[in-house]
Design a binder for this molecule. Structure first.
Ligand code: ADP
Length: 332
């Protein structure tokens, strides 16, 4: 087993990420950043939620590769298996049991009004499966199985967390207090827009920049980005606060933000110059990440060992919770 330091009595942090393969800078700025910083003071559990992925996947050929690519990104970004538990959702099957139990205390009407469910119905009208509507129930089971109190996520997950609180509140009132009500922990970049400047950055919308992209790959993606929609000609003054590229400069070029804003407003720089600068900043900020990623990738079996070790630790917690749940419900 890995040399793991448990923080007894610390609050429990839980976050789950769908195995979408290599992570993008929206995932990093919106959630992974907090996952990393919380590790020192909290008892953190991070999960690759592969069962959730099945709600949208029509074939699973790439699933194992996507789990690996995602886990390696987390490790290279700074999630430390000596401080946190990192595991794959389906390796701890108790979550499916708790999901079924929670599905009995969740009114269908709560689930049908969830905005992401309605979006998914539009996106995949040919595959409106039962799992799609139950997505927030499974997410609640993920968090509650480990008695998660703090959930580092992006803003898009807030409606799901609201529902998670309602579900555990309902369970607690029906069967006795078993679960804390989980609270979201947002970063200062809770919603990163995609390169289209309209939708959130997401693998689903193909509008993302991967954190593992090469400098050339970063540059190619940044150059396709939409900028201030009101700036049509190079000589037009820009509106940095309406521009997605400027938002990314705030994180990736923090020392020059004021200067960039003022040069944009006075048309001192054009959007192409601004994008070149951003590509350079992203590339240099992520260079140490790319180096760590290459080192981890060169260690055979390392990622698999981390995930197996994480599942063993997670399952010990999950078993205790399920025993308590079953006792409270009269199933034992
Ligand atoms: P994707 O939308 O690419 O499929 P996920 O839904 O798996 O990514 O999101 C994983 C985590 O990253 C969640 O906590 C989510 O809130 C956060 N996240 C995803 N996209 C963004 C974004 N564009 N801005 C901020 N946070 C994001």
């Amino acid at each position: 087993m890995l040399n793991f330091t448990s923080k007894l009595m610390a609050k429990r942090v839980f976050s789950g990420f769908r195995p979408t393969g290599k992570q993008h800078i929206g995932n990093y700025l919106g959630a992974i950043q907090n996952c990393i910083s919380l590790q020192n003071d909290y008892d953190c559990i991070y999960c690759v939620v592969d069962i959730h992925a099945l709600t949208t996947l029509e074939n699973t050929e790439r699933l194992q590769e996507d789990i690996y690519e995602m886990a390696i990104d987390w490790l290279a970004a700074g999630i430390d298996p000596q401080k946190s538990i990192i595991f794959v959702q389906s390796h701890v099957p108790q979550v499916m049991e708790l999901h079924t139990i929670f599905s009995m205390v969740t009114p269908l009407s709560w689930l049908l009004r969830v905005p992401t469910f309605k979006e998914k119905v539009k996106m995949q009208p040919h595959n409106v499966n039962y799992g799609l509507v139950g997505y927030p129930v499974l997410m609640t089971a993920d968090i509650a199985l480990y008695k998660g109190e703090i959930v580092p996520v992006g803003e898009d997950q807030l409606p799901h967390l609201e529902l998670a609180r309602e579900i555990v509140r309902r369970f607690n009132s029906l069967f006795g207090n078993a679960f804390p009500e989980p609270q979201a922990k947002l970063t200062s970049f809770p919603l990163i827009l995609g390169l289209d400047g309209v939708q959130k950055m997401s693998k689903s919308f193909n509008n993302y920049i991967e954190i593992a992209a090469s400098p050339q790959g970063i540059s190619e993606r940044v150059m396709t980005a939409f900028t201030d929609p009101e700036r049509k000609y190079r000589s037009d003054p820009g509106h940095p606060d309406m521009c997605n590229i400027f938002c990314l400069h705030k994180f990736f070029t923090p020392t020059r933000v004021e200067e960039i804003a003022s040069e944009c407003r006075t048309a001192g720089i054009g959007c192409v110059d601004c994008k070149k600068m951003l590509a350079q900043s992203i590339s240099s900020t992520l260079e140490p990440f790319r180096e760590r990623r290459a080192i981890i990738a060169s260690k055979p079996n390392y990622v698999a060992e981390v995930l197996a070790d994480g599942a063993t630790r997670a399952e010990a917690i999950a078993k205790d919770t399920m025993k308590e749940v079953k006792e409270k419900m009269g199933l034992l």
